[in-house]
Design a protein around this ligand. Structure first.
Ligand code: NI
Length: 174
């Protein structure tokens, strides 16, 4: 296992920054993807974006496989992901975030998205995502643009969640 990153929690400013496009897939970028994937598995989570480990490049990793049920790992690595189509149909699903631990809320997003990206080996790729994968990829791309799922909630709900995380931090639960 590679060395893990620390996952940055709200209200750190890096979570509000826009990450920059990656120009070429170098061994360093691949190493970053490996480390991000291991960090995500360790957390555990199903998605992680570069901002969450303090890096401002457009890299994200996901894996929705049920590894606890002995399914094989199915990691997806995306560099410079871009949504090229979204359905008019919407979907509401409960979301959480490794940067906002133990807090969950319903978020409404386009039900189906088509994403163009560069894969682990530097090849152009496309993915059509529905269901949980659609929510996950949109959530992670949001991270690269400095947007968190709580930004879709009312300020009342958002502040309540931020206060809860702050309280847990003070009690050293996180
Ligand atoms: Ni997140």
């Amino acid at each position: 296992m590679t060395q893990l990153y620390d996952i940055i929690k709200v209200p750190d400013a890096v979570l509000k920054e826009t990450a920059h496009a990656v120009e070429t897939i170098t061994p360093d970028i691949q190493k970053q993807m490996d480390r991000m994937l291991d960090t995500m598995y360790d957390a555990p989570g199903i998605g992680l974006a570069a901002n969450q480990v303090g890096l401002l490049n457009r890299v994200l990793v996901m894996d929705l496989s049920r590894r606890d049920e002995e399914e094989e790992a199915a990691p997806i690595f995306m560099v410079n992901p871009e949504i090229i189509h979204e359905s008019e149909e919407m979907s509401i699903m409960e979301e959480g975030c490794l940067s906002i631990p133990q807090q969950y809320a319903d978020v409404e997003r386009p039900a189906i998205v088509r994403v163009k990206y560069i894969d682990y080996d530097g090849k152009q790729a496309e993915l059509e995502a529905t269901g949980l994968l659609s929510h996950c990829v949109q959530h992670e791309i949001d991270h690269l643009n400095g947007t968190l799922f709580i930004d879709y909630l009312s300020s009342l709900k958002r502040n309540m969640i931020l206060r809860k995380v702050e309280k847990m931090k003070k009690q050293n639960i996180l």
